[in-house]
Design a protein around this ligand. Sequence first.
Ligand SMILES: [Zn+2]
Length: 332
Amino acid sequence: MATQKKPNVLFVLSVDTEEEWDWQTEFPQYNVQVENIQAIKTFQQECNYIGIRPTYFVDYPVVNNSKSAQVLKSIAEEEQCEIGAHLHPWCNPPMTEENDEFFSHVVNLPIELVEQKLVNLLGLLRSTFGKEIASFRTGRWGINAEIMNLLIKHDIKVDSSVYPFYSNNYFSCEGAPIEPYWPDLSDPLKAQYQQSSIYEIPVSVGFNHTQFALFNKIHKLSSTPLLSFLRAPGILWQLKLLRKIYLSPELASAKDMQTLIKVLLKRKSPIIHMNLHSSSLINLPYSNHPFTQQQILENMKKTISFLQEHANVTFCTISEAKKLLTQSEVTQ
Ligand SMILES: [Zn+2]
């Protein structure tokens, strides 16, 4: 039987490692719950079994709690993961801003306040783990030039705050590259090759067609008021004509993620970047997702075994991915 040569691809799993709460209620500031972190012990064993080297983007309440910090410390000491930083402004001191929707987005905070929060977060992470903390993701996504430059100042080498094809009232990631890139420091949603201080590795998002840009236009058009009144996005989804798929086992079924992976491999993507939230590792009384904790794990495992069938996979952390991708850039 003739076997087609499988492509080589990197696989990164990033986990927003944070408190659990009901997103329908206000943002928790003090006495936050971090029970979900205990579930990382078994989750990491599953990852070890498959070969995954997770990147845990850890936020302030998690590292500030000795019990939860200990769980991550023992995994980090075994070199089975990478610890990165995750900034939730509402529960990261100093909390001087209003606790509301607007200020929950890092891009809306005065840069001096972002810096104070970042210094507190990185200081505690670095002293707790005794390791270099070189990767970062904003809470609720989104980045701008000021924040990107601030990250460089504080020795962050990889950012992962870009959520391709996503926009809300406060920021837009529309038009950002979907593959890893050196961001333009005056406009981090654009790639340029003049700087090598910080690298951007977005999460994998795409469509069930290889021409992402074109299908993003159609998707956006179908979401305009008139067409969305006609339920165009839903109809297109049902007909499988157009699906925007997030590579997150919380948001997408294994089948949809497999479709996205097929498309990404066809597009010769060098990396597949899946992401989830640590709070998905336990079943919560309030539901943030359409899937249970067990289904989320199943979605993840099925998707990864599909990927392994179709590609030669190198599992790595986000900083390892940066190293591998930028090395090959030089040798090309
Ligand atoms: Zn978060």
